[in-house]
Write a protein that binds this ligand. Structure first.
Ligand SMILES: Cc1cc2nc3c(=O)[nH]c(=O)nc-3n(C[C@H](O)[C@H](O)[C@H](O)COP(=O)(O)OP(=O)(O)OC[C@H]3O[C@@H](n4cnc5c(N)ncnc54)[C@H](O)[C@@H]3O)c2cc1C
Length: 466
């Protein structure tokens, strides 16, 4: 798709005046860079890229765009997997990269106030000397921004114990399409004052306002971490093991699941050692955290009988920190490396945790029925399974006509099991065609009503699921 060469130079001049030439770009490389995120091979060129650095500037931009009906797409780091930040109708991309300041750590109240372009992992690093941390840990945390995490309600491996982004957002500074600037709540752990605008902004995918600052809840930093790796010959055994561990009162920080086909791709590419006993089909990577390594070793030991009983082929602990970081590297890079194999579609299925064995079995059966290969991995501890469907040698016709029918069946299965079509990646562009599996007309009308209340002219992120 190309951008609009006739995008008014009057607009460009206005933005140059507001932000200075260095922060307004029509350069084709710059526009190309923000035309894509990590979603499949999609690309949509905007007309203009703006890089403001104050809330007041964003307010002026939104007011101007609202008056002139110019589409606005907010961009964090562009690591999204549902195409939510893509400028599908041209117009303006606002990059949040200059909103990268951590403004205040309130150690007494376990809170941080920051600008939303701050990268998740940089926040974690910054907080270490305070003995505090911000737990949400998407695998993309090395580059994704807090604003993008908020807009998708991002989760991560440690959601089992610590919850997702939603559980840590206390108060947000938001610029509305009118240009008005509001704070959505209060810097308190409790707030029973009217509808929660704060929670409404979490997962709102840049459709309601631009979040410029956030007050986030923190927790004391755990200094020690212990990984346990357990290969299984069968996904249902592994999924049952997850339930046994949690039902017996263990509180792992995370329980990750990786199909062997994905791990093999990662090992092959990264040339790293990774145990693979015969018959391995699936791995569980269990994460324990605490402040005392002896205690963690003791917990690991008391987990062995459960792993054994569930049918683990072996149980491995890393010999040293290097091995542990290799295991993490393989888990964190799995998604990206699997996607390098072929054209792909990634589905972010989620079901109540105990239903995971049924979901995995169903995904494989649906794959056989429609002739596609899937590589699954994800967050077994919270029932969130990423299903990567690979095109491989499939014909274009089969890919565009048959596979979507299989995807609908996968989502219908999720719904039947009490789940839904996205656990953490959002709807954005690519999940939009499947939304009616879980939404009725009433859901759409309520959500459209909310959208109209915030953005009556529809200038924010137009062309997406609303
Ligand atoms: C390798 C890899 C691993 C991943 N692992 C995980 C994972 O474990 N868990 C998980 O949840 N996700 C994961 N993701 C998906 C992605 O990283 C997350 O969705 C992340 O939260 C997106 O952040 P971002 O800064 O890149 O946002 P972008 O992709 O730039 O934008 C995402 C959405 O947020 C909106 N947005 C961005 N900033 C703001 C703002 N300040 N105000 C309002 N709206 C805004 C955009 O308009 C868009 O709708 C992964 C992605 C990759 C590539």
């Amino acid at each position: 798709m190309t951008n609009n060469p006739s995008f008014s130079q009057n607009h460009v001049s206005w933005f140059n005046e507001l932000l200075g030439h260095a922060n307004v770009s029509q350069n084709s490389n710059d526009l190309d860079e923000v035309s894509r995120d990590y979603t499949e091979d999609l690309s949509f060129l905007p007309d203009l890229l703006l890089t403001p650095n104050t809330t007041q500037q964003i307010s002026s931009i939104l007011k101007y765009c609202n008056e002139n009906n110019i589409p606005i797409y907010t961009r964090g780091a562009g690591t999204g997997l549902s195409g939510a930040c893509l400028p599908v109708r041209g117009g303006i991309v606002i990059s949040m990269k200059r909103f990268n300041n951590i403004l205040n750590v309130d150690k007494e109240n376990f809170q941080v106030t920051l600008e939303t372009g701050v990268v998740n992992a940089e926040l974690k690093e910054y907080l270490k000397p305070y003995g505090l941390t911000y737990p949400p840990d998407p695998a993309s945390m090395g580059s994704s921004t807090i604003g993008g995490n908020i807009a998708h309600g991002a989760g991560g491996p440690k959601a089992v114990k610590y919850g997702t982004t939603r559980d840590y957002v206390l108060n947000l500074e938001v610029v509305l399409p009118s240009g008005e600037i509001i704070w959505t709540g209060a810097n308190t752990l409790k707030n029973s004052t009217g509808f929660s605008l704060t929670q409404l902004m979490v997962g709102s995918e840049g459709l309601l306002g631009i979040v410029t600052k956030a007050v986030l809840k923190l927790v004391p930093l755990k200094t020690e971490e212990l990984l346990i790796l357990a290969p299984f010959s069968d996904a249902s055994k592994a999924a049952k093991c997850v339930n046994d561990i949690l039902l017996n009162g263990f509180e792992p920080a995370g329980i990750e699941l990786m199909e062997v086909s994905g791990v093999e791709i990662a090992i092959d590419f990264l040339k790293l050692p990774f145990p693979k006993p015969e018959k391995t089909e699936i791995y569980l990577l269990i994460i324990l955290d605490g402040n005392n390594i002896e205690e963690l070793n003791a917990i690991a030991e008391s987990l062995y009988p459960f792993l054994d009983e569930a049918g683990a082929l072996e149980v491995y602990l890393p010999n040293n920190s290097e091995t542990a970081s290799i295991w993490w590297k393989i888990r964190r890079s799995l998604g990206e490396l699997v996607k390098q194999q072929s054209v792909y579609k990634e589905e972010d299925t989620v079901v109540p945790r105990a239903k995971l064995p049924e979901l995995i079995k169903g995904v494989k059966e649906i794959g056989t029925k429609y002739g596609f290969r899937s590589v699954c991995y994800g967050h077994a501890g919270d029932g969130n399974l990423h299903v990567n469907i690979l095109k491989d040698e499939m014909s274009e016709k089969q890919w565009t006509q048959e596979v979507p029918k299989g995807i609908v069946e996968i989502f219908e299965l999720c719904k039947l099991l009490g789940g839904t079509i996205s656990g953490e990646h959002g709807i954005g562009l690519v999940q939009s065609p499947y939304l009616n599996v879980v939404f009725t007309d009433t859901h759409y009308e309520l959500m459209r009503g909310i959208k109209r209340a915030f953005d009556p002219k529809g200038i924010l992120n137009p062309g997406k699921w609303l």
